[in-house]
Design a protein around this ligand. Structure first.
Ligand SMILES: Nc1ncnc2c1ncn2[C@@H]1O[C@H](COP(=O)(O)OP(=O)(O)O)[C@@H](O)[C@H]1O
Ligand SMILES: CC(=O)N[C@@H](CCC(=O)OP(=O)(O)O)C(=O)O
Length: 296
């Protein structure tokens, strides 16, 4: 590990001391971290992510992980000879796709993350929105972006009706790290596939979280020339929607982020999950990176 040779123990001690103001500020505070399917494909990055989450917990911050898994669902569908289809960032989810989504998210991705965090010394508990009756949902009615009178049928995609954070709070109180899969349940006990950014944003609002961090596979929100937009207000976001700067998975991500910012989550950041220790950088240093979303 050659990069460590340039850092002396004295440097290390100073670096730790410099984190103290942030640790004091955030001690006891809740942070919702969305771990995106695209940011979690590299083994070294996964290990660094798990270390960051455990470190936050050990300094008295309360992290909650909400995970995605778009690419992993895509791979599983491909094996069955199916191809994923998206409308405005939402996966069209027929009954067979829903089975794959539940199996990949709750069975595979969530358990991988639980294992990584536990291996790094934390106590993670995996749950879906069904557990503890957490995420009630109904079928999403999705108006077309251009023509609002037209509604897309995207199958079993869920629109969140309510979140009961009781089970998450109970886990936090008992020193566990909740790892939540974005699956909700409906009136007739049917399952819904919900975009993970939307779940993270709503959960952050309901928990009155101090921060919402959306880790993704780009530097943040980019303009049409590919430059990073470091700060975005609601008005600027409206313009980005209108002029077509945003597409695909960025649509629900920004919509969710803005919703959380408007509902009182004071710091909402879309950050680059490809940067090792992206979470520690954002939370415990004065390094500003990614895009911060503000309500005004
Ligand atoms: N203006 C934009 N700035 C950055 N990314 C954008 C923009 N518009 C669309 N995107 C796309 O959104 C993607 C991130 O969303 P998504 O694929 O859902 O990632 P994740 O799995 O991390 O949630 C980026 O990789 C990029 O392809
Ligand atoms: C409705 C919908 O689109 N659900 C997503 C859920 C997973 C997710 O959000 O994963 P990422 O964060 O990795 O994109 C899907 O089926 O892909």
């Amino acid at each position: 590990m050659s990069h460590q040779h340039s850092i002396t123990p004295h440097d290390q001690a100073r670096i730790l001391a410099e984190a103290l103001p942030y640790i004091r500020r955030f001690h006891g505070k809740t942070m919702v971290i969305k771990y995106g399917g695209n940011a979690m494909t590299d083994t070294a990055l996964q290990a660094a992510f798990a270390q960051d989450v455990v470190l936050l917990k050990l300094v008295g911050i309360q992290p909650i992980v909400v995970h995605g898994g778009g690419p992993q669902i895509e791979t599983a569908l491909h094996r069955l000879g199916k191809k994923g289809e998206f409308v405005q960032g939402m996966r069209v989810t027929d009954a067979e796709t829903m089975e794959v989504v539940e199996w990949v998210l709750a069975g595979e991705v969530q358990q991988d993350i639980v294992g990584l965090i536990n291996h790094a010394g934390g106590k993670a508990v995996g749950l879906t929105g069904r557990d503890g009756g957490m995420i009630r949902a109904k079928k999403l009615r999705m108006p077309d972006q251009q023509d609002a009178s037209k509604v897309h049928d995207v199958g079993q995609v869920g629109d969140i009706v309510s979140i009961d954070p009781g089970v998450v709070r109970a886990l936090l109180e008992d020193a566990f790290i909740p790892v939540v899969s974005p699956i909700g349940f409906g009136e007739h006990n049917e399952s819904y596939n919900i975009n993970a950014d939307v779940v993270a944003s709503k959960l952050a609002t309901v928990l009155k979280a101090e921060k919402l961090l959306l880790l993704t596979n780009t530097q943040g929100v980019l303009n049409k020339s590919g430059d990073l937009l470091t700060n975005l207000t609601a008005r600027q976001i409206d313009k980005l929607f209108a002029d077509g700067t945003l597409s695909g998975g960025m649509l629900p991500k920004i919509a969710g982020a803005l919703d959380a910012a408007r509902s009182g989550v004071s710091a909402v950041h879309i950050i680059d999950g490809r940067v090792p220790h992206a979470i520690l950088l954002e939370v415990l240093t004065d390094q500003a990176f990614g895009t911060m979303i503000r309500s005004h």
